[in-house]
Design a protein around this ligand. Structure first.
Ligand code: 6LW
Length: 496
């Protein structure tokens, strides 16, 4: 069969995966968004369904003042003795912590902090011992993958933090994961930074604490030399074996807006790449160490069909799973119903690194038609294509004196410009419509007499290359202005 990459589209960065009773569970980074750390499940590695979040309470994660792309960094999910653990970093407070649950569909514990710095923590369980890894510096100030033993009940360190591998010389050695496979300990990592130089590298040894010998042909996986190719930034990965015995990497990557178009705005996504162990116990990955838009494989039965949800509405999404808030939302300002959403605005606008009244779905593909009926009572409300507080395009209704108008506003760094306005007179209702392809968003007012075009804007100004940071575009519904309020109905996002 042939499967397509990415296997999860849109802003789901830094995947980590474990398998329990034939079911795969994945977690991803969430930064300033709440709830934190989405959990997805799959029975076939191709079709993933979001089932919850690990961080659902303010007592687990404080997001109040985190900057965009601060907050919750790369998580690792592991299973031991009937218990799931998710370990991550609050990069804003520089704290590593884990939470646990015995019911993956239920609530997770309060955080247990570990006194070791760095990012991208990992847990490894063997013979009643727990090893904790992260990147950073050890107690002697030696950089690398840093390891200590911890008491998993309390998070207390039981041994000094020691640098166990220094990587292959790439910048930003991160995302360590330790595995024991056929008697060897494998230490997988990422290097090169999460941009175009990203790569996966590994080493192996006969002890969990090293020494480790680097794979001679590192990087084992990278697209950094495939100039122009649509899939870039391939690296940060986790290794998993399926029930048939095949090995795979689930890893991060991104889709440029096109061949030779070196911008990406959909965020970092999840890719699946086959892994093959040689007789000598070293493994290779992908097509000569690269990741392709699709792979032919006989490892997945033909009966598995890769599905893709093409249409998102209020009725077929879950307010608690699919939609994300910025930092900690004032829940009284959000009144979701099965077919309708009422938002109450505050003085906090989308330009603030705070918690404006905003609720968003990840944009999952380039070509989309997004529409929603908005009825405004005051202030401003509409749809925003939101990368961060300094990079967002808004299509909104505004109350202006006694009347109402539709505005198309672009926010690109220091440039904030209302590009087009349409006077609605005393009519406080409009259908807002956005069409997108890989390179442009086009803004319209929908009406039964045909669409009224406003302007267009290039997608590249919302890209990571322009905005910086680690997130991707969300399709947000928002209200702002003290006393503002709006009703949203007939929301639809259709991917073409
Ligand atoms: C993450 C690091 C990375 O913690 O980017 O690509 C950082 N890898 O591992 C933020 O996602």
């Amino acid at each position: 069969m042939k499967y397509n990459n990415p296997v999860i589209k849109g802003f789901y960065p830094d995947p980590s995966v474990c398998k329990v009773d034939g079911i795969y569970y994945m977690v991803c980074s969430s930064f300033q968004y709440f709830p934190g750390v989405p959990i997805l499940e799959s029975t076939d590695l191709l079709n993933w369904k979001q089932i919850g979040h690990c961080l659902t309470r303010g007592s687990q994660i404080q997001l109040g003042t985190v900057s965009s792309s601060g907050g919750v960094f790369a998580p690792t999910i592991r299973y031991n003795n009937g218990r799931f653990y998710m370990v991550t970093t609050n990069d804003t407070t520089h704290q590593n912590f884990y939470v646990w649950t015995d019911d993956i569909y239920g609530e997770w514990s309060e955080p247990v902090y570990v006194d070791q710095g760095g990012i991208d923590p990992d847990l490894y369980f063997e013979d009643g011992k727990t090893l904790f890894m992260s990147n950073g510096f050890d107690d002697n100030n030696t950089p690398g993958v840093i390891q200590c033993e911890i008491d998993i009940e309390t998070g207390r360190k039981l041994s000094p933090s020691r640098s166990i591998w220094q990587g292959t010389g790439g910048r930003y050695l991160e995302s360590p994961h330790l595995y024991k496979i056929n008697g060897y300990y494998y230490l997988l990592a990422a290097e090169g930074g999460t941009e175009y130089g990203h790569m996966a590298t590994y080493a192996r040894g006969t002890s969990a604490s090293g020494p480790f010998e680097a794979y001679a042909k590192n990087p084992v996986l990278t697209n950094r030399n495939l100039g122009g190719y649509e899939l870039q930034g391939v690296g940060h990965s986790d290794l998993i074996q399926d029930d048939l015995g095949n090995w795979w990497l689930l890893h991060l990557g991104f889709r440029q807006t096109g061949r030779w178009l070196t911008y990406h705005h959909l965020g970092r996504e999840v890719f699946l790449t086959p892994v093959t162990f040689g007789e000598d116990g070293w493994f290779t990955a992908g097509h000569n160490g690269t990741v392709l838009l699709s792979f032919e494989t006989d490892r997945i039965p033909d009966t598995v069909i890769q599905q893709e949800k093409k249409s998102y509405t209020f009725a077929n999404t879950d307010w608690n799973l699919d939609w994300a808030y910025l930092r900690h939302p004032a829940t009284e300002n959000y009144l979701p119903e099965p077919d309708k959403l009422t938002l109450k605005g505050t003085e906090v606008t989308l330009d603030a690194p705070a918690s404006p009244t905003f609720i968003g779905l990840r944009q999952r593909d380039f070509a989309a038609v997004i529409s929603c009926n908005v009825t405004l009572t005051g202030g401003e409300a509409g749809i925003t294509l939101y990368m961060d507080e300094n990079h967002h395009y808004d299509l909104a209704i505004r109350k202006d004196g006694a009347g109402y108008r539709v505005v198309e506003r672009l926010n690109i760094g220091d440039i904030k410009s209302i590009q087009h306005e349409v006077d609605l007179g005393s009519d406080n209702q409009a259908t807002l419509l956005i069409k997108s392809n890989n390179e442009r968003y086009s803004f319209f007012i929908g009406s039964e007499h045909g669409e009224i075009p406003l302007g267009t804007a290039q997608t590249r100004y919302l890209s990571s290359e322009v905005a910086g940071g680690f997130t991707g575009v969300l399709i947000g519904l928002y209200a702002c202005g003290e006393g503002s309020s709006a009703e949203f109905t007939e929301f639809k996002c259709e991917y073409l």
